[in-house]
Write a new protein. Structure first.
Length: 192
């Protein structure tokens, strides 16, 4: 190695050396470009997460202002819990129930109740401005988790695409290297 040659050029395969083939240089260049793309994707993933957080936190605030909790009384038994679902969360079923709206009138409809609930049991529900059952309002901490997950998965998607492209290019460059070696092997004069 000459004194004027930088270690970076040597590391990246950019030095003038007859043993470094064009595909080696192309593969290193592709790898450097992929790393730069992955690094450049960080601010875009951050912006995507920030945009998602702004949108979902506004939705959470709107839902918190327009939805309110109420108590419904079940009019029928909910289906029993199956043996497979015991011990798990989220086992609900739609069951006929009655509840009192904010204006004092009684309403009847179906609400989500835990499986195994019995008629007459009280369950917490959420109502919209018209007094109809709706999902609970989105929480701001859930909006933050969603935003972080979206930004992270977007960045991981860029990493995955870059890794796949580098791997496919490596396969193509390996074929070119093997063809070059085979060609050189055939060109060598036989000794003996």
């Amino acid at each position: 190695m000459s004194r004027s040659e930088s270690p970076i050029r040597r590391l990246l395969g950019l030095r003038r050396n007859s043993l470094v083939r064009p595909w080696d240089r192309a593969e290193v260049t592709l790898l450097v470009v992929a790393v730069l793309i992955v690094l450049a994707a960080v601010p875009f993933a951050w912006m995507l997460g920030s945009h998602t957080y702004a949108r979902e936190s506004a939705q959470a605030q709107n839902e918190a202002m327009t939805r309110h909790p109420a108590t419904a009384v079940l009019l029928a038994n909910a289906p029993p819990e199956s043996a497979r679902s015991r011990g798990t969360t989220g086992g609900t079923a739609l069951v006929p129930a009655t509840w009192i709206r904010e204006d004092g009138t009684t309403a009847t409809g179906t609400v989500a109740a835990p499986k195994g609930s019995v008629a007459g049991e009280r369950v917490k529900i959420w109502l919209d401005a018209r007094g109809a059952p709706v999902a609970p309002p989105l929480r701001t901490d859930a909006a933050a988790w969603n935003a972080g997950a979206i930004g992270l998965f977007a960045w991981l998607g860029v990493i995955s695409v870059c890794a796949l492209m580098c791997w496919l290019a490596h396969l193509v460059f390996d074929r070119a290297r093997y063809r070059g070696w085979e060609h050189e092997w055939r060109r060598k004069p036989k000794v003996g």
